[in-house]
Ligand binder design. Sequence first.
Ligand code: NOJ
Ligand code: CA
Length: 516
Amino acid sequence: MKNKNPLWLDNAVFYEIYPQSFNDTNGDGIGDFRGIIEKLDYIRELGCTAIWMNPCFESPFGDAGYDVSDYMKAAPRYGTNEDLKRLFNECHKRDMHILLDLVPGHTSVEHKWFKESLKAEKNEFTDRYVWTDSIWEEPQGMGCIRGISDRDGSCAVNFFSHQPALNYGFYKCDRPWQQSMDSEGAKATLEAMKDVMRFWLGMGCDGFRVDMAGSLVKHDEDGKGTIKLWQNVREFLDKEFPEAAMVSEWGEPDKSLQGGFHMDFLLHFGPSHYNDLFRCEEPFFSSRGKGDVSEFVKKYTENYEKSQRKGLICIPSGNHDMDRLARSIHGDNLKIAFAFLLSMPGAPFIYYGDEIGMRYVEGLTSVEGGYGRTGSRTPMQWDNTTNAGFSSASKELLYIPMDESPDRPTAQAQMNDKNSLRSEIKRLIDIRQSRKALQSRGDIKFVYAEKNEYPLAYLRGSGDEWVLVIINPANREVSFDCRFTPVDTIYSFGGEIKVEDGRITVPPCFAGYFEV
Ligand code: NOJ
Ligand code: CA
């Protein structure tokens, strides 16, 4: 596979925007495109060069927009297509790039394709979704929608029961209603999705984060069918939009890169052990120092090798689907977590508000299908004005209630404090941007990552330049044998290391980058 790489991806640092909760400019209590444009300088000042924005298309918002009812129309609550185009342009003016969130696996039940496919008489959209041929037969292994129309069949769903699965075919067919990837219906779905991509890329967006990219073809355990499908998309992109960047929510970089994606996400579910780092009973990054990083490193290395040491695995600080980082990691340990996140291969992704340590808000009622995720999606805290500067609306109108704690962090306070988390992150991004070794494509070799032990140490390298990274989140001094001798300090937080006879002693709660 060629996977021509848009050059800007090599040193991209992403900022994820959940548009609902970022910045409201018309006082309706919900974020909007104009609000994002207003804050682009803030994001750029932090050092981020690219944005991933969650779905912003017309939708009944039963899953916060991951239930699209019109792929080619911006949701009016955020603005018009013209406003969105302006957002693309404003990003480009600042030398930033923006990825939209493509949800190719399913639509909302309100999408006109689905309404047509419900009809008993055959039409253009009869095969747009995965339907069985009898109401009494359910698609194995998937939930379904049935009994709501005259069509005799059950329609598979991908996620919530209002998200019918689009039909890209089955890799192996063993029932008469299952269509192959080459069937007319499956091919038409893929062409329709290419049209969606064409539409937004033509308007100036820089690419897509692709939702559930690894699950489009059904009965495809090894992913062979889905890889083939994305290779087809890759051909189309190479021909028409060679600069478009593609990042997958897949969690298997070997498959995703084969499919022509540029980068893949490390997922917080499945076998990645990502949660061992920040989100489990004893996270590695907690100062208690009772965590274990070794399983994560093992899995990471496996994936790294499988993807030919391309290492294009993106590790997010968090996202709209998981608990806020600050729910389990506190104080200086957040800085140490970012010293890790910002020195790993692949593009780092900072979830809005994580740069100021925004908290998970406990006890909220679900909003738009958020359920437990709602507490991680609360409005951004900008300053000390009304609603923390997010919106001029009255409290009851806010999309999700604010974090009401009196000491909630704000962007403004942290920008004025050189010891704040945000200031530390800004420094870390600056350092990453000054060295190829620390960027996406720099190599990684783990030096020390032992079971239940601290610290974590690894080398990052590019050409002749090698950087030793030492991370000790534990609140105790630790030491390890190391055959690389740190010469110059590039970055350090939490004190100084001691080097003696090939043994490095590391202070409590420490992070450092060294030339070797
Ligand atoms: C993953 C998205 O990140 C999540 O928010 C959504 O609910 C599901 N995919 C379904 O689209
Ligand atoms: Ca608004």
